[in-house]
Design a protein around this ligand. Structure first.
Ligand SMILES: Cc1ncc(COP(=O)(O)O)c(C=O)c1O
Length: 432
């Protein structure tokens, strides 16, 4: 049970310290207990904590929307309370867009089967995540795209050729379904289900072109990757691609308040402004002043403390350290990621990339062994693989990265030792 937190450290009720090696669920990008943010929360709490946007705007919500628009270049910012809500709202924006322009038959979405977009009906309809089974037949059965996942797919192909294969398949889907498709919804870096797997270079550009060719909106889910997590303000910036809609969340208020948003591009915004002029969505807590003031303070810290540049430097150190661990530990099949969103994928046989144990066993063993060492990591299997995310706050120091890697090294060695004793793994000569 956690009692308090400061910087990258969480302290439980017994006084044990844990290094927050995954920012909770890739949320606490600027670390815990930032005094500027705490002061802003207090200041706003004293002024006003809640008004409903049906009646009023507040300085906090207006300033936040303006700040996000300025940081991202998107003219429309629609505030919601969670990442799942942002994805649902993006779906609704896409549907509204096509009604506004007189194509109401466009109501379907294409997505990656191995993606994750949230735990609500629409979001789970876009995903093959294990959680989808909870919905049974209620999840909408949209066709899905082959997920970019070169570690387990496209073996022997160069990145460029693999990308071409994926885009050729995507084109066929778009050709077959284009008349009733509203959007393609994808993550630029598969997070909660794929252990930090970035799309191949060229994929997003290719998808942008396909969407334009078939008159479909490109919607990128940056709930996990937004606000510097991958080393750019938004992950799509790595490839200079401009989606029509972006869902963002997590790092936007870095865990100091629940808030998320949809970025609305010119085309969609203009269709609504020139059409009905109304958005029929919204949730009670959307744009509430306390969350908005908090997110604004987090974004101010992000800019003022040059968190992006610091995070880029620290991410390089983390990447090199994880690569070293991957060579030392038989259990690690792959080390990958983008910026400060990184992962290790585990296997029992590195050559075959195989896992015989029931799904989720190894990642939960690593999770527990890390906790024993005072390190928190995030299992990111989604029912598809054995991986953990390593995604500490962007504000982590070099010494803390060294500490993180050393704790992880010890935890991996402990899991490997136990697995070797149980005959579940054969350690190779390079193993620690
Ligand atoms: C890419 C992505 N989209 C959406 C969500 C859902 O966000 P939330 O849990 O805030 O509803 C998540 C959460 O992990 C996510 O990683």
């Amino acid at each position: 049970m956690i009692d308090r937190a400061k910087g990258v450290w969480l302290i439980d009720t017994e006084g044990k310290e844990y290094l927050d090696g995954c920012s909770g669920a890739v949320v606490t990008s600027i670390g815990h207990g930032n005094p500027d943010v705490l002061a802003a929360i207090n200041e706003q709490a004293v002024k006003v904590t809640f008004t409903h946007r049906g009646a009023f705007a507040t300085e906090a919500s207006e300033k936040l929307a303006a700040k996000i628009a300025q940081m991202t270049g998107y003219p429309g910012v629609w505030l919601v309370g969670s990442g799942s809500e942002a994805v649902e709202a993006a779906i609704q924006f896409a549907l509204q867009y096509f009604r506004e322009i007189g194509q109401p038959e466009r109501q379907h979405f294409l997505s990656h089967r191995h993606g994750y977009h949230g735990n609500t009906l629409g979001a789970l309809s876009l995903s093959g995540h294990a959680r989808r089974t909870v919905l049974g037949g209620l999840a909408y059965d949209f066709p899905t795209l082959r997920t970019p996942y070169q570690y387990r797919d496209g073996e022997g192909l160069s990145e460029a050729n693999y990308c071409q294969v994926l885009l050729t398949e995507a084109r066929t889907h778009l050709e077959n379904h284009s008349g009733h498709l509203a959007g393609v919804v994808i993550e630029a870096v598969g997070g909660a289900t794929l252990g930090a797997t970035p799309v191949p270079d060229g994929y997003l550009q290719g998808m942008r072109e396909l969407c334009d060719e078939f008159g479909v909106l490109l919607i990128v889910d940056e709930v996990m990757t937004c606000v510097g997590r991958t080393g750019a303000m938004m992950a799509v910036d790595h490839w200079n691609v401009k989606p029509d809609l972006i869902a963002m969340g997590k790092g936007m208020a870095a865990g100091y308040a629940p808030i998320a948003a949809v970025l609305v591009g010119e085309r969609v915004l203009a269709a609504i402004e020139n059409g009905t002029g109304r958005i029929l969505g919204g949730h009670t807590y959307a744009g509430n002043p306390l969350s908005c003031a908090t997110a604004l303070a987090v974004l101010d810290v992000f800019t003022k403390d040059q968190v992006l540049a610091h995070g880029q430097r620290m991410a390089k150190e983390l990447e090199e350290g994880l690569d070293r661990l991957a060579t030392r530990h038989t259990l690690v099949g792959d080390a990958r990621g983008l910026g400060m969103l990184r992962a290790l994928e585990f296997v029992q046989d590195r050559t075959k990339k195989s896992v015989a144990l029931p799904q989720g066993t190894i990642s939960s063993r690593v999770f527990s062994a890390c906790l024993e060492q005072g390190l928190v990591v995030y299992p990111s299997t989604g029912g598809f693989n054995e991986s953990i995310l390593v995604a500490p706050p962007l504000t982590i120091s070099s010494e803390e990265i060294t500490d993180l890697l050393s704790k992880l090294d010890t935890a991996l060695a402990a899991v490997e030792r136990r697995m070797q004793e149980a005959g579940e793994i054969t350690l190779d000569s390079t193993s620690a």
